[in-house]
Design a protein. Structure first.
Length: 306
């Protein structure tokens, strides 16, 4: 019998498919000794964001790309500045400033992306939760045990985020050999949604005490639906406030500015060295579109895709 060598999942992946592997092999040992102890709490954020890589690999990725940004920004800025006739010393000063800024920008982007993804996952889980608890209460009424409940939930297409959470629970039970209580406790620390955490905590307490799982899930469903009704009412009030902001920022403000500039054009030639026409163009084609984008970004932050 010929035994074939089984390749690990990471083997055979290109640098574009798994850049964290390149970073890990390049500076992973250094990061583990020097920087990793300062990012212990960041590992929880990675888990809540749904990242399937280790903390060491991701921290190595952040440091690796920050270093690359530092070197490339310095080289490009210095070359461009010299080509435009800037003195060498001044070019180097510019290059150092741009390099440091670019490196910090890359590091900050990679650092805050997991938090943003965790927040997005939290919103989606909270949106799916009422349907899942209703489904679970029906399964509990049929006498299905909790492990099998989550086994059935992991194949759900309509609730993909909680299906992913259920997949983690089933993996811990069937592959890692944990009991259902231990698996639920682990998932409670990994999940970004406090509502889902409360559901898992109550389910653990019910299983330990030998309580009625169906009654608990029905009560949890009613509680979550009450919360959704309150949240919907708050959302309507917030949208009303945003409507007022939109009218004042993108309707009233441009009209006042244009009227003010028209009056200034009658009594003077310009302001601060700029002509009135230039200032009108600046407001119309830059300030107003930026305000509109800001309103859209704020709306996107409070709305969840249904």
């Amino acid at each position: 019998m010929i035994l074939k060598k089984i390749k690990p999942p990471s083997e055979g992946l290109s640098a574009l498919e798994a850049p964290w592997l390149v970073a890990y092999h390049s500076i992973g040992s250094l990061i583990q000794r020097r920087a990793l102890p300062h990012f212990e709490e960041f590992g929880v954020t990675l888990q809540r964001a749904g990242f399937k890589i280790s903390l060491l690999s991701y921290v190595s990725l952040m440091m690796f790309f920050s270093g690359i940004s530092l070197v490339t920004s310095f080289a490009i800025t210095s070359v461009v500045a010299i080509l435009f006739g800037t003195p060498i010393v001044l070019s180097l000063i510019y290059a150092v400033g741009v390099a440091i800024f670019g490196s910090l920008l890359v590091f900050a982007a990679l650092y805050f992306v997991p938090s943003l993804l965790a927040t997005t996952r939290k919103r989606k889980i909270d949106l799916e939760l009422p349907f899942v608890t209703t489904h679970m209460s029906i399964l509990a009424a049929a006498g299905i045990p909790p492990t099998r409940m989550f086994k059935m939930l992991e194949d759900s297409i309509t609730t993909p985020e909680i299906a992913s959470e259920s997949n983690e629970i089933v993996r811990d039970v069937e592959i890692l050999g944990d009991d259902i209580i231990t698996a639920l406790e682990k998932e409670r620390h990994r999940s970004p949604s406090p509502r889902f955490n409360e559901l898992l905590e109550g389910l653990v307490a019910t299983i330990r005490s030998g309580g009625n799982t169906r009654s608990f899930l029905l009560d949890a469903t009613n509680t979550i639906m009450d919360y959704r009704r309150v949240a919907a009412k708050q959302l309507v009030e917030m949208l009303a406030a945003f409507a007022e902001v939109y009218v004042e920022l993108l309707v009233v403000f441009p009209l006042l500015i244009i009227v003010m500039f028209s009056v200034m054009a009658l009594i003077g030639n310009g302001l601060g060295g700029f002509s009135i026409t230039t200032m009108m163009v600046f407001v119309s084609y830059l300030i107003i579109p930026l305000c509109a984008v800001a309103v859209l970004v704020m709306l996107d932050g409070i709305l969840v895709d249904e």
